[in-house]
Design a protein around this ligand. Structure first.
Ligand code: 13P
Length: 253
């Protein structure tokens, strides 16, 4: 089984002091773990993280968003080339919190993914249904529509992306999709990607939404779940390390 990818999304949390303790704690627990890991931090901390993560290959820095523009009069925006200058290797695009609070649309998310890819940064494209959409039986339709926009815009580069399935109702709620529910959606996404690219097998499909040290094993052992996008549990060293240890165990199994 291939190595899993575990990504922490810090969201708008942290401080210079707590970040240092968190990163050093995670780095101390990494040796011996067979896992790829990244932390997606607030942009204000990239410079300090670049120093903390210098020379590390097991834990790299990611961003939580990127501008859909290359350069110019876009106050408050950060371009992909700026991220690259700080050693950012991944960027989350289309997180449900950006879609909900900032009105991001599928087509914009697709362009953000394109900007990241052009800069050599791996976009982590988030898709996921709301509770109302799940209850209405629209889950597959919603995630396929969200992913289709990214496939349409990024064509032959699509095998370079990472996809994260994050059911909106499971984010920060303590509710998790059952492993079967998550696997079912991941399977649908995998088929969609396979239809778009002969190299789709190499695309990592992450699950996100209240993943923790307790439920990680059952999720990560599903055939189409290649890793996790972790919010709350990524802010605590023991919890994040426990998920990484589980992922490492699944890679060996
Ligand atoms: P939680 O793990 O806190 O539910 O957050 C998931 C998430 O939104 C990661 O991007």
């Amino acid at each position: 089984m291939k190595q899993k990818l575990i990504v922490g999304n810090w969201k708008m949390n942290g401080s210079l002091a707590t970040n240092q303790a968190l990163v050093q704690g995670v780095l101390a627990g990494l040796p011996g773990l067979n896992v790829h890991a990244a932390i997606c931090a607030p942009a204000a901390y990239f410079a300090s993280l670049q120093i903390l993560l210098q020379g590390q290959t097991g834990l790299v820095c990611g961003a939580q968003d990127v501008s859909m523009h290359e350069t110019g009069a876009y106050t408050g925006e950060i371009s992909a080339s700026m991220l690259l200058e700080f050693g950012v290797r991944y960027v989350i695009v289309g997180h449900s919190e950006r879609r909900l609070y900032h009105g991001e649309l599928d087509a914009q998310v697709a362009i953000k993914a394109q900007r990241a890819l052009s800069a050599g940064i791996t976009p982590i494209v988030c898709v996921g249904e709301t509770l109302a959409e799940r209850q209405a039986g629209c889950t597959e339709e919603v995630v396929k529509r969200q992913l289709a926009a990214v496939i349409h815009t990024n064509g032959h580069c699509i095998s370079e992306i990472v996809v994260a399935y994050e059911p909106v109702w499971a984010i920060g709620t303590g509710l998790t999709a059952t492993p079967e529910q998550a696997q079912q959606v991941h399977h649908v996404l995998r088929q969609q990607l396979k239809a778009a690219s002969p190299r789709a097998d190499r695309i990592a499909l992450l699950y996100g939404g209240s993943m923790n040290a307790v439920n990680a094993l059952d999720l990560l052992r599903q055939p189409d779940i290649d890793g996790g996008l972790i919010g709350g549990a990524a802010l605590k060293v023991p919890d994040f390390l426990a998920i990484m240890a589980t992922a490492s165990q699944c890679a060996i199994a």
